[in-house]
Design a protein around this ligand. Structure first.
Ligand code: ZN
Length: 151
């Protein structure tokens, strides 16, 4: 099987059977991000315990790339520290900006390397990054909220 079609399978699988979809729990922070150029929308909850990511869950509508990407991301980042998660986000962002020139580090990105091919299509990059940007936003806000002692 070609790598590209294998990757498409991974994306379609997550689109059809998304992980951590459905808003639940008592989030430290909830954010809503949209990608108007494609019509993708994601509401993302993050639950922090200090700098540990206890849970990420989300709800959304949009194209298969945007929805599969946030599914893979949630699975990947739950249980990590915010610092470690930000490193993964950075790595993924780099992959998305690579215009197809890199394959992505599978040890860090796991299933998210499936989006490597998407980086060749400028119009779809925002779709792939939507959930990750929402996460970054929610985690930063959640952290500073905790520092201020709000919860
Ligand atoms: Zn999209």
């Amino acid at each position: 099987m070609e790598l590209d079609s294998l990757y498409q399978e991974v994306i379609l699988d997550h689109y059809k059977r998304p992980f951590h979809k459905g808003l639940s729990g008592t989030p430290t922070k909830q954010v809503h991000h949209v990608n108007p150029s494609c019509g993708d929308e994601i509401t993302l909850n993050i639950e922090l315990d200090g700098d540990l990511i206890r849970d990420v869950n989300w709800d959304g509508v949009g194209c298969s790339i945007s929805q599969a990407s946030v599914s893979i991301m949630s699975e990947l980042l739950i249980g990590k520290s915010v610092d470690d998660a930000f490193k993964v986000v950075e790595e993924f962002t780099e992959l998305m900006q690579s215009k197809g020139s890199i394959l992505g580090n599978e040890e860090v990105l796991e299933d998210a390397v499936a989006f490597a091919g998407v980086s060749k299509f400028p119009a779809r990059i925002k779709c792939a990054l939507l959930g990750w940007m929402a996460f970054k936003d929610a985690a930063s806000q959640g952290l500073s909220q905790q520092v201020k002692g709000e919860k």
